[in-house]
Design a protein around this ligand. Structure first.
Ligand code: GCO
Length: 486
């Protein structure tokens, strides 16, 4: 009798533990309309709504779309990294010549109905020799800003989007603490230059992606691999630079309250491959903390704690940090599934799996189509950094055949609307990545993120069919508020 009771007790404990683990650690999956009949809850992706003054835009980075303009190409950390570091030995080259075609491209934004544009200043072109700003390039950005205003597009400028001048890289860029002031000096000068024409500023794009690409998996310059010490130091310096930029701009701005400044954080969730396996849970937690949690903690508490088990623990405290974001820029694409594997170094694998509500939907990158993750990321920001407004500063799909873009937009915009209306996240705008196909870093030109396809020979732009849903949503949004305000 006693043994029966013990067995029953053990079985009950195991069931409770499994239920608990899968409840706490499994990814969120909604049942889309292609889901399993029995558990289907019909999701009406037409049922979406966004706040009246919502910004609808596209995002880009100078290096990925501008091309060299009228000058001899300048040297940067990325130009030096090419072509060896790029798939199929490609070079960025002319890109999509946005430098010359910005008027036409601004018109394309208007065609979509957009009222905002996020882009970055090319530090490499602006300051090709340390201390000497190129007046022609500055004049070019004044012209571009003027054109954006003329076409009623609100600009949002990013100061650092992965690229900087070669001389800065040769001095070890953000690895060397004494370079922080060089970058901050550049940013302050740029703010002074453009403060009358722009009021929304992103300090640094995805610090953790810059760090992991450059110092961990080696796919971005300087191409170092598994350098936990360097990676954590670069991350610390980038965050330190962000805080200094924020405080300096607020000090020198003629009308500080008019300017919104924020960091751009990418959130890729790291979910356990098997939510019942404690080792998968452990590995996914470590990764999530190193890429996401530690940065959010820094902006909540002022303390950065970066840990790599068995190797390094870095702590950096800056009590100003919690006061240095007027908004958070959220870049969201997908999630990764992590499986512990002792035979790998480091001991885990990053995997993808079809979602459990339908057929496998992968983007070309290859990331899984995972709109639930956008919802989760927004809720996480709301919970961990309460009261800080959010802009979706990037979200998009690499879809060469344009056969998933429509579905992607439908589902991700639905998830966004649900985050706003159901979870009450304060989301002020959405920037699709990207207006036109462009140079996708280590992946080169094979990834087609554009709402517009570009023919790289003729530079002709064509709106993709899948992109028309974006245009439709913006148009419906406008009509709704126009009617209401009649
Ligand atoms: C990033 C960058 C962009 C990318 C885009 C698509 O997230 O890596 O901010 O420059 O091109 O996200 O991968």
């Amino acid at each position: 009798m006693l043994s029966l009771v013990i067995i029953l007790l053990i079985v009950t404990i195991v069931i409770i533990c499994r239920w608990y683990l899968s409840y706490v650690h499994s990814s969120l999956y909604w049942c889309w309309d292609n889901g399993n009949e029995e558990k289907r809850i019909f999701i009406d992706t037409d049922n979406i709504s966004f706040p009246e003054n919502f910004l609808w835009g596209t995002a880009a980075a100078s290096y990925q779309c501008e091309g060299p303009g009228d000058k001899v190409p300048v040297a940067s950390n990325w130009s030096q990294w090419e072509p060896a570091g790029i798939k199929h030995g490609q070079r960025c080259g002319m890109a999509v010549d946005h430098y010359h075609r910005y008027k036409e491209d601004t018109q394309l934004m208007r065609t979509l109905g957009c009222n905002a544009y996020r882009f970055s200043l090319a530090w490499d072109k602006i300051e090709p020799i340390e201390g000497q700003y190129d007046k022609d390039i500055l004049a070019h950005y004044h012209d571009e800003l003027k054109e954006l205003h003329r076409q009623s597009i609100i600009p949002m400028i990013t100061f650092h989007h992965f690229v900087h001048p070669l001389w800065f890289e040769q001095r070890s860029a953000f690895l060397n603490s004494s370079n922080i002031e060089t970058f901050v000096r550049f940013v302050i000068d740029m703010f002074r230059e453009f403060e009358d024409e722009c009021h929304m500023w992103c300090t640094i794009n995805e610090p953790e992606v810059y760090v992991s690409g450059g110092y961990f998996n080696g796919v971005f310059p300087p191409g170092h691999k598994s350098q936990a010490n360097e990676a954590s130091l670069v991350l610390q310096h980038l965050l330190q630079a962000h805080v200094e930029i924020y405080d300096n701009i607020k000090k020198i701005a003629r009308q500080p309250e008019q300017h919104s400044i924020g960091i751009v954080k990418d959130i890729f969730q790291f979910d356990p491959w098997n939510p019942l396996n404690p080792l998968d849970i452990y590995a996914s937690r470590i990764l999530d903390h190193g890429m996401n949690g530690c940065i959010l903690d820094f902006f909540r508490t002022g303390s950065l704690k970066w840990t790599m088990p068995g190797s390094i623990h870095r702590t950096y405290v800056n009590l100003r940090a919690p006061y240095t974001n007027d908004f958070i820029g959220l870049n969201y694409y997908s999630h990764f599934l992590i499986r512990f594997n002792l035979f790998k170094q480091p001991p885990f694998e990053i995997l993808h799996r079809q979602d459990d509500s339908g057929s496998s939907l992968m983007t070309d990158m290859p990331y899984a189509l995972y709109p639930e993750g956008l919802y989760r990321a927004c809720v996480r920001l709301k919970n961990e950094l309460p009261r800080i407004p959010i802009y979706i500063t990037e979200n998009g799909i690499a879809d060469r055949y344009d056969d998933r873009r429509h579905l992607f937009l439908r589902r991700y915009l639905y998830a966004l609307s649900r985050a706003i209306n159901e979870a009450h996240c304060d989301i002020r705008g959405y920037f699709y990545w990207s207006l036109i196909d462009n140079f996708e870093w280590a992946e080169g030109y094979h990834m087609k993120f554009g709402l517009y396809h570009v023919d790289l020979q003729t530079q002709e732009r064509t709106l993709r069919d899948g992109a028309k849903y974006f245009q439709y949503v913006i148009q419906k949004h406008r009509e709704k508020y126009e009617k209401k305000n009649l």
